[in-house]
Design a protein around this ligand. Structure first.
Ligand SMILES: [Zn+2]
Ligand SMILES: [Zn+2]
Length: 389
């Protein structure tokens, strides 16, 4: 029966419905762009789809989100889109993840993806996708929209001589990113700007995102080259053009591709600790464990001496939390790190308390990086997983 369903697609020269059915893709963001991307993926018969979003549906989403209904208001976007994709294509496997991509979608899972869609509207989220996709070696297709123009860009760590999202961030992008954070903490006053946009813009941009991804999945390469952006002023087709970004030779995201250190990783449980796993793996005593983000262990107040355990990723901490609750000193010192040392008190903290996502990949290193051992975190219920790859 499914042969009939895809009959017209299969008439396209060199088409492979099987490649789409076997493909694994992740869609980060289930708003206007995410809805359109997912609708296309469902109709095309893409077989394995992860959807990630922490947000719930509000009334203003309904003018540009084909998968949402008025009765869905208040429900999680990821859950609703998963249900609707299943209705459009019952053969698809859809996995909704409610959470932020950096804390809910581990890089172990990410590196299984064939392609990733960026359907988010902030520079910070794009920066995060880029960092993680480059670490995992997975291409991602970014989409951006406002009310009458949009853009689509392909970034591909498998072609490292081309620019990534981080490479092309200019001063204004960094300034906009910094509007949100102060010394790494989320500003109390920050509100995500609300974007005016139409379904015309989001459907055109999402269609191009999926076009690029399908070319990668079916034909192995796309006409939009990696490191290139397609600029689409939807209201004025005369302005369609491509922009090739320049590779930044000092880009840290590019540097992380080579740090992958092979593909094998030992499975570890969330309720184990960095210290226990290091012992199980028989590591040298001077190990350090690289986290995917800056982690705040505690606040120390130099005015009154109060020490408050925090144990959170820095991005989850608001600027106001840095103020001492005992003496109101607004300048407490944070003990933070992204490399956990073997002699840290947090070496005995269970992995689940670090705010890490299911199937996150972490690396143990020697102090001078003379060796490297990867681990991948699994919750107990999924312990049947073998070592990745
Ligand atoms: Zn780069
Ligand atoms: Zn104090």
């Amino acid at each position: 029966m499914s042969d009939d369903k895809y009959d017209r697609l299969k008439r396209i020269p060199n088409w492979s419905q099987e490649k789409l059915a076997n493909a694994k893709v992740a869609v980060f963001g289930c708003g206007a762009l995410g809805n359109e991307v997912l609708k296309n993926l469902a109709l095309l018969g893409v077989g394995h789809i992860w959807v990630v979003d922490y947000d719930t549906i509000e009334i203003h989403n309904l003018t540009r989100s084909v998968l949402f209904r008025e009765s869905d208001i208040g429900r999680y976007k990821a859950e609703v889109v998963a249900q609707r994709v299943k209705e459009l294509n019952p053969d698809a496997q859809v996995y909704p993840i409610i959470g932020k991509l950096e804390f809910a979608f581990g890089r172990g899972l990410l590196r299984e993806m064939d392609v990733v869609f960026g359907c988010l509207d902030s520079i910070g989220a794009r920066r995060e996708i880029n960092k993680r996709c480059y670490f995992a070696g997975v291409p991602w297709v970014d989409g951006g929209i406002n009310h009458q123009l949009g853009n689509v860009a392909l970034f591909d760590p498998r072609v490292p001589e081309t620019a990534c999202y981080r490479c092309q961030m200019d001063r204004s992008a960094w300034e906009r990113l910094n509007e949100r954070y102060s010394c790494g903490y989320l500003k109390d006053s920050f509100k995500e700007p609300t974007m005016a946009t139409t379904i015309m813009t989001s459907s055109v941009i999402a269609a191009y995102q999926v076009e690029v991804a399908v070319q990668l999945l079916v034909f192995g390469e796309s006409h939009l080259k990696p490191g290139t952006q397609l600029f689409l002023p939807v209201s004025n087709p005369m302005g369609f053009r491509t922009i090739e970004f320049t590779l930044d030779r000092d880009c840290p995201d590019h540097a992380s591709i080579t740090q992958k250190g092979g593909t094998s990783a030992f499975a570890a449980k969330f309720d184990s600790t960095p210290q226990k796993v290091a012992q199980e793996l028989d590591l040298w005593e001077d190990w350090q464990l690289e986290l995917p983000f800056d982690f705040v262990s505690k606040f120390t107040c130099h005015s009154c001496g109060y020490i408050e355990p925090v144990k959170k990723p820095i991005k989850e901490i608001k600027q106001g939390d840095t103020q001492c609750p005992k003496c109101d000193n607004s300048n407490r010192e944070a003990v933070k790190y992204f490399r956990l040392a073997a002699d840290s008190e947090d070496a005995d903290l269970p992995f689940r308390d670090f705010g890490l996502g299911e199937r996150e990949l972490l690396a143990y290193n020697g102090q001078t990086y003379q060796w490297r051992v990867n681990i991948e975190l699994f919750s107990d219920s999924k312990q049947t997983h073998q070592d990745a790859d």
